[in-house]
Design a protein around this ligand. Structure first.
Ligand code: FPP
Length: 231
């Protein structure tokens, strides 16, 4: 097990929290139950990453494609999201993590948009950062950035322009992207930011992920040789 804040850890870990539905099915429970247990797991894993010294964590909570899911399921995820924001606002003194939301907020009602801004503001001076990708799509993020740059008067753009204009702004790209649930794809997650990320795919369903498995994946990360196109 990694010791608190003493071990070398990656600066930024991103998670694709996949497998809640299958986990629930295995327990003969509705998919919504899987998401509730998944939300508890999300808090545990985020806290663990903060405890061991990871500066940035990003989680894929809801994609721009997830609206296609049954109404009940979408409502459950949105309720878990709202509950988390309320909790983060109420207990903001208990945490040392800054919360940032990435994704297209236009679809959310004004009340939720206000709450998201309030939590970001309340937590803004923290050293560690949690990015929650909500109504997020990697292609949409790049298109939004380019359109914003065009609106600001640019007629051509550089890589730095896009890096500085995407939702995650000053957040460095993820060193590791961990996807649970056995699928081996990125599913439109952090397409711009993942250019040199190390990818990890685990068969573990998200609600079954343990902090020990995260630690083992971090150990594996340190056995990889990141060359960024060099030799
Ligand atoms: C993918 O599993 C998971 C999601 C689309 C939702 C993830 C949401 C949470 C973990 C909880 C809410 C988050 C916050 C920030 C409070 P899946 O449903 O596709 O699983 P399956 O592949 O087994 O069907």
């Amino acid at each position: 097990m990694l010791k608190k804040e003493t071990h070398c850890v990656p600066k930024h870990i991103a998670f694709i929290m996949d497998g809640n539905g299958r986990w629930a099915k295995k327990q003969m429970k509705p998919r919504e139950y899987g998401h509730s247990v998944g939300a508890k797991k999300f808090k545990e894993i985020v806290q663990h990453c903060a405890d061991i010294g990871v500066e940035y964590v990003t989680v894929y909570a809801f994609s721009t494609e997830n609206w296609k899911r049954p109404k009940n399921e979408v409502e459950t995820i949105m309720k878990l999201f709202r509950d988390y924001i309320h909790e983060a606002e109420k207990d903001f003194r208990k945490s040392d993590v800054k919360i940032l939301f990435i994704g297209n907020r236009d679809v959310f009602d004004d009340k939720l948009k206000d709450e998201m801004c309030r939590v970001e503001k309340l937590t803004e001076n923290r050293k560690k950062t949690l990015c929650i990708a909500m109504n997020y799509g990697g292609r949409g993020e790049i298109v939004d950035a380019v359109n914003r740059l065009i609106s600001s008067g640019k007629t051509s753009v550089t890589e730095s322009d896009i890096t500085n204009t995407i939702y995650s702004g000053a957040v460095p790209p993820p060193d590791m992207i961990i996807r649970t649930g056995g699928e081996i794809r990125l599913s439109n997650f952090l397409l711009w930011q993942s250019a040199y990320s190390e990818l990890f795919f685990s068969d573990t369903l998200w609600p079954d992920l343990t902090t020990e498995e995260v630690d083992r994946l971090i150990d594996t990360y340190y056995q990889r040789n990141r060359r960024y196109g060099g030799v």
